[in-house]
Design a protein around this ligand. Structure first.
Ligand SMILES: [Zn+2]
Length: 309
């Protein structure tokens, strides 16, 4: 499982940073890619990666500001042009209004898609668990921005324990169908009468990963709730240390506030994105240094950077 950052800038694109989008690559887990936000030019960034648009099965939108959604019509249209590939449906999750934005842009531009889009819109009253599959559950909660904006908590379900094949062989179990039975939790009796208890040969289930991806926000308790025990917290850092007041006025956070959220939530790792173009490279290292005084495992991400979870 990896996160690849497609756009890590705030508000408007700069040469180094495009506007917001990131891909949660779940190829090993479910052979899908989930996009979070889709700022203008996201499809161009995708061209610089190995991500195949057809693999993008779900798009989660945090809020309706342009730097988070203007890339949707272009991405959705180009996704249709993969002529020799099977056309698969796509799900879009986001605040009320996202459906009208997408359908209007497609209609006005005469764009026809050969696949279906299923919209899942929500408002303040319909948040909580927004998706559950056999492998993942996704929760959304309202943050504190200048318009309705949410954060997402993606929880992978616990993974089955693995079979200790070496130990089974040592116990005299012949390789073959018995292995499959034991793997399924069935106790078996060997020809010589030895009883093999499946539980002794299967490791305990491994906890699934927790990934928290927040939209734009002031510091708020909802961020902490979404990030409790997260393996990775992706948090905006539109402003730096000392700019707490201006951050509040504009509905954003500083690096220090993001670090506080990570600490309060007991997250394992903090990735800072939504970085203003005002910051030069020396400022970026300062952003990290300052945040690290509160939360050590912090990193300021770059466009196209890939982070293994
Ligand atoms: Zn915004």
């Amino acid at each position: 499982m990896d996160i690849q950052f497609l756009g890590t800038g705030a508000g408007q694109p700069s040469k180094a940073r495009n506007v917001s989008s990131l891909a949660l690559k779940l190829l090993d887990e479910i052979n899908e890619v989930w996009l979070f936000d889709c700022g203008e030019g996201t499809q161009n960034r995708i061209l610089e990666t190995t991500i195949r648009p057809r693999k993008v099965s779900k798009i989660f939108i945090t809020h309706l500001h342009g730097d988070h959604i203007f890339g949707l019509p272009g991405f959705l249209s180009s996704r249709a042009f993969q002529a020799n590939e099977e056309q698969t449906d796509l799900e879009i999750y986001g605040p009320q209004g996202i459906k009208s934005f997408v359908l209007t842009s497609l209609r006005v531009s005469g764009s026809r898609l050969p696949y279906k889009i299923h919209f899942h819109e929500f408002d303040q009253d319909s948040l909580g668990k927004i998706l559950e599959t056999d492998k993942f559950t996704v929760y959304a909660e309202e943050l504190d921005h200048t318009i309705f904006c949410v954060g997402y908590r993606v929880m992978q379900k616990d993974l089955d324990g693995t079979l200790d094949a070496e130990k089974l062989k040592a116990a005299g179990v012949p390789f073959g169908p018995l292995f499959g039975k034991i793997k399924n939790g069935q106790d078996v009796i060997l020809e010589d009468g030895t009883e093999i208890k499946a539980a002794d040969y299967i490791s305990a289930p491994r906890p699934g990963k927790i990934i928290t991806i927040l939209g734009d926000t002031r510091k708020t308790d909802a961020s902490v709730r979404l990030a409790v025990n997260a393996d990775v917290l992706v948090h905006e850092s539109t402003y730096g240390k000392g700019d707490e007041k201006i951050a509040r006025n504009h509905g954003h956070s500083t690096n220090m506030q993001a670090a506080q959220v990570a600490t309060e939530a007991g997250a394992k790792r903090l990735l800072l994105n939504h970085i203003s173009a005002r910051f030069l490279s020396k400022d970026i290292s300062q952003l990290k240094k300052d945040a690290a005084t509160i939360f050590e495992n912090v990193h300021v991400v770059k466009d196209l950077e890939e982070v293994e979870i």
